[in-house]
Write a protein that binds this ligand. Structure first.
Ligand code: PHE
Length: 494
């Protein structure tokens, strides 16, 4: 007799439904929901209610994920934290925490279909509905984050114009830091380029989901990938430092992996994948309706791989260019804006590389900025404000708050707001350091503990039983514990 023979089977609390039966029930519910939504909307809005297919979703969501985080921040935090070991730990965070959390966040959007706040109320259980106030934190964070993101996006536009003007030709390191420093102190120029950047984002979001976000991201993202691959190949083969750059990025030296580097890696994984602030939730809500129509699993796999590859390519590109021209890896936030221009100014074909590179940064920043704004507009639209009006008024409000950020980088640099930090660092601390992990924590707990397991299973039906159980385990236990540890560390050391 084997052990299983005498074990009493557990009585199911309600008749167990097969996987297929669940999918069918959910498909019907989704169809009803979609119909009700379409009926509630007037002509132009209803055409705009969602993405046309899974490819559009994947491109838009990749557009959200791939941003300044990948090409500006990832290389410089990798440089500051010693390279290989940091990269390896970051990859682990992406796999163990990022991917499961992205399943959960997209699930909330796709199942809830009602913006960053109300989607929580449609998850089928009272406990999950109780998490809805976190949606307001998402909105606030997206607002603040975009007010900063828009400023940095503006720098990228400004540098594109410099590159077009052949402004990096023969540039010395001193001249490069002079140019950046002058920009920081030049309120009017910074504001002007920030306004240009924000206007583009506002325009696309005002146009709607399919006729705005989908249309532009499906053009911009393929273009972005082509430019990035071309440039990376060029840099690796011509800089003379390709191998050094590869070894810097992938040869781990674990003595350099400090607790603060680990906290940074985790926070950055969230930021880079647009998690914990409702970015994936809101795009998830525009996915084609039924659980089986656009499988979450395949989309998540694609987005995660694309986002990671882009970050790695950007790192390889930047380090090979910088090492090839005698620069240092630990250049900090100025790596992109101070060290690269010098290298571009020296290299063969540097004019074209510089123009392409900064255009690439602008594209990446635009598609992410669009997603930030959409988080807020999705909610405002639900409140009956109308998409175009919501986009424009929010765009203006966020840009105006961004002026304060601009001020805090120049004249207000030394004005302390909180815990020894100026306004820029304070916003950075709350928007990225506290609020993203907190958002991720609530999402993980909601989906891990408060949503019916069979239902989540139906949305992730492509995963095998074992993998699904692992994803749930990570979501329920590992993610919350790690996030709490990281938050405690960040708060203690801030
Ligand atoms: N993921 C984006 C980046 O890497 C930032 C972002 C976060 C955009 C959340 C939208 C929402 O730059």
């Amino acid at each position: 007799m084997t052990r299983g023979d005498w074990r009493t089977p557990k009585a199911p609390s309600r008749p167990a439904l097969s996987q297929a039966a669940w999918s069918k029930i959910l498909d019907k519910r989704e169809a009803r929901l979609a119909m009700a939504q379409t009926e509630n909307q007037t002509g132009s809005q209803s055409q705009n209610a969602g993405f046309s297919g899974s490819m559009a979703f994947i491109l838009a969501a990749s557009g959200s994920a791939v941003g300044l985080g990948n090409i500006w921040k990832f290389p410089y935090v990798t440089g500051e934290n010693g390279g290989g070991a940091f990269v390896l730990f970051y990859l682990m965070c992406i796999l163990a925490l990022g991917a499961p959390l992205m399943f959960a966040e997209i699930f909330i959007g796709k199942r809830g279909k009602a913006g960053p706040v109300d989607s929580f109320k449609n998850l089928g259980t009272k406990a999950a509905a109780r998490a809805h106030p976190v949606g307001y934190i998402f909105i606030l964070t997206a607002f603040v984050a975009l007010s900063v993101y828009g400023v940095i996006g503006g720098w990228a536009v400004y540098y594109t114009s410099l590159a077009l003007d052949n402004g990096f030709d023969g540039m010395t390191p001193e001249a490069a830091s002079g140019t950046f420093g002058t920009l920081m102190d030049d309120f009017a120029t910074m504001v002007l380029f920030q306004i240009l950047f924000m206007a583009a984002i506002t325009y696309v979001v005002a146009k709607g989901v399919s006729t705005g976000i989908e249309r532009y991201t499906t053009i911009l993202m393929p273009l972005f990938f082509m430019m990035l691959l071309g440039l990376t190949a060029y840099a690796l083969t011509t800089s003379g430092a390709g191998m050094r750059s590869v070894s810097f990025m992938f040869n781990p030296d674990f003595t350099k992996l400090t607790p603060s580097a680990m906290a940074e890696a985790l926070g950055h994984a969230f930021f880079s994948l647009s998690l914990g602030v409702g970015g994936m939730l809101v795009y998830g809500q525009y996915m084609p309706s039924s659980p089986s129509a656009t499988p979450i699993t395949r989309s998540v796999a694609t987005i995660v791989v694309v986002d990671t590859l882009v970050a790695l390519c950007a790192g390889l590109l930047i380090f090979s260019v910088i090492f090839g021209h005698g620069g240092e890896a630990a250049g900090g936030p100025g790596l992109l804006f101070m060290s690269l221009p010098v290298a571009f100014g020296e290299m063969t074909g540097g004019y074209y590389v510089a123009v392409l590179w900064f255009a690439l940064v602008v594209v990446a920043a635009l598609t992410s900025g669009i997603s930030y704004l959409e988080i807020i507009v999705a909610h405002a639209d639900r409140l009956g404000m109308g998409r175009a009006k919501a986009a424009v008024s929010l765009g203006v409000a966020i840009t105006s708050v961004g002026f304060a950020t601009v001020w805090s980088l120049g004249p207000g640099k030394d004005v302390i707001i909180f815990a020894g930090k100026n306004l820029f660092d304070t916003l950075d601390f709350f928007a990225f350091g506290v609020s993203l992990p907190l958002g991720g924590l609530v999402i993980a707990i909601t989906v891990g503990w408060a949503v019916r397991r069979e239902e989540y299973r139906a949305y992730l039906s492509e995963l095998g039983e074992g993998t699904f159980n692992k994803v749930v385990f990570l979501t329920k236990y590992v993610t919350p514990v790690l996030i709490i540890m990281i938050m405690a560390y960040l708060i203690k050391t801030s």
